[in-house]
Design a protein around this ligand. Structure first.
Ligand code: HSE
Length: 439
């Protein structure tokens, strides 16, 4: 059969990984796909730059639009990143009847609703497996393999840089800055690492996960997002003493009153599977009502793993070419006319356990006053710990650490405000969430 011609928009680390993987596993891929996949054209910013792949058979230029317009290109692979030019080119390719594959989580999280509507109008498919958790086939698993289940919740470590920083701080005792620099050196941090450390990259991925899990429109602006920048070595150590690890999680949860979408550092019991995912590895746990919990673990970034997901999308796209459009896998797992407007809950209604660390003057009555506030707001205590601070932190001060049972977040924030208003308390308390999962 005639080969499939692919045009690349961008030929950086991932693009080079795709070209290399197609060459290295050519025979195996043809055996699976039934057709050869050829990268015939690529558009780059600088044509003189040395590429980490064989480029002899690729026509390399600088004009992305001419690739999108080229009638000989069957599939456009968007690897530019960001949500500006990448969006315009993706929409243009769709309008010209081309299938699009992208690794761009920002693009899908922000513009996915418009992109998928355009794809459905034009009978093409936009694939984005590499956008979430890199090489881990989590989109395919949720969209296809779990289609018999009502998905109750998804919780995952979906930013490798954040997980690497927390692992390195915990086990190697290095500083936040040192660990981040190392993540950048190893090449898995975003071009703008604030996306990693402020939780934005994970929020992009969680928005996609939430839509596929629950069949709701992409709602990036409704993802409650907190980064890891404010975490201290104190909190990592206290969590450890109480039997927890601090992990940066993305959580999408169905409740009776709507859906929770949140990204934040979370205390996870130290024996839980997610607690033991270290360094830059990703893991996503999905709870389906029929199957129960499942865990998907692997490399969430890097040339090879990301190319693995992109090339798998290519082989699926080849199959799409001979499929009746009505029988294709829907972009967001559910048929487009079945996407629901289930409410997304406000932060104050989130319910889970909480970790509070308050700095107080070490005097009689402090614990009693704090626990009275918690009781007043219907917050039940699971564990409590006091740690005296060295004199240099203020004479006679202590950290009081409270872990609560599941409580409404609005009540917990109100309690913290009331506690900080006591004369014995300092401002700047730490508030983290606690999550328990059935492994
Ligand atoms: N910066 C991302 C991460 C790369 O660290 O997970 C993969 O999306």
């Amino acid at each position: 059969m005639k080969p499939i011609n692919v045009g690349l928009l961008g030929l950086g680390t991932v693009g080079a990984g795709v070209v290399n993987l197609l060459a290295e596993n050519r025979d195996e891929i043809v055996r699976r796909a039934g057709r050869e996949i050829r990268v015939t054209r690529a558009a780059v910013r600088d044509t003189t730059k040395t590429r980490e792949c064989h480029v002899a058979e690729i026509d390399i230029g600088t004009d992305c639009q001419s690739i999108v317009d080229d009638p000989n290109i069957d599939v456009v692979l968007e690897l530019i990143g960001g949500d500006g030019m990448a969006f315009d080119l993706t929409m243009a390719a769709i309008e010209r009847g081309k299938h699009v594959i992208t690794a761009n989580k920002h693009l899908i999280a922000l513009h996915g609703n418009a992109i998928f509507a355009a794809a459905e109008r034009n009978n093409v498919v936009v694939s984005f497996e590499a956008a979430v958790a890199g090489g881990i086939p989590i989109i395919k698993a949720m969209r296809e393999s779990l289609s018999a289940n009502r998905i109750e919740w998804v919780a995952g470590i979906i930013n490798g840089t954040g997980n690497f920083i927390l692992s390195q701080m915990m086990f190697e005792g290095v500083s936040f800055e040192y660990a981040l620099a190392e993540a950048q050196r190893r090449g898995f941090a975003e071009a703008d690492p604030t996306f990693d450390i402020e939780g934005i990259d994970a929020a992009h991925k969680l928005a996609i996960i939430g839509s596929i899990a629950f069949g709701i429109p992409l709602s990036l602006d409704r993802v409650h997002t907190e980064g890891i920048r404010h975490l201290t070595a104190h909190d990592i150590a206290y969590a450890s003493q109480l039997g927890y690890r601090v992990k940066a999680l993305g959580i999408a949860k169905r409740t009776q009153n709507g859906v929770e979408l949140r990204v934040h550092p979370t205390l996870v019991p130290e024996k839980a599977l997610l607690a033991n995912v270290e360094n830059e590895k990703n893991a996503v746990m999905v709870y389906g009502d029929a199957l129960g919990p499942t865990v998907y673990y692997g490399a969430g970034a890097g040339a090879g793993p990301t190319a693995s997901a992109v090339v798998a999308d290519m082989t699926d796209t080849i199959r799409v070419l001979s499929t009746d459009p009505s029988g294709r896998v829907p972009h967001l797992a559910f048929q487009p006319d079945q996407i629901s407007n289930e409410p997304i809950r406000d932060r104050s209604d989130f319910e889970c356990g909480h970790y509070l660390r308050v700095q107080v003057a070490d005097q009689a009555g402090v614990m009693a006053a704090m626990t009275e506030v918690l009781a007043d707001l219907d917050i039940s205590i699971d564990a409590i710990l006091q740690k005296d601070l060295p004199a240099s932190n203020g004479e006679g001060d202590a950290h009081v650490i409270v872990i609560t049972k599941s409580a409404r977040e609005g009540n917990v924030l109100a309690a913290l405000e009331r506690i900080e208003a006591f004369e014995f308390a300092y401002a700047g308390s730490m508030h983290l969430r606690v999550a328990h999962f059935e492994d």
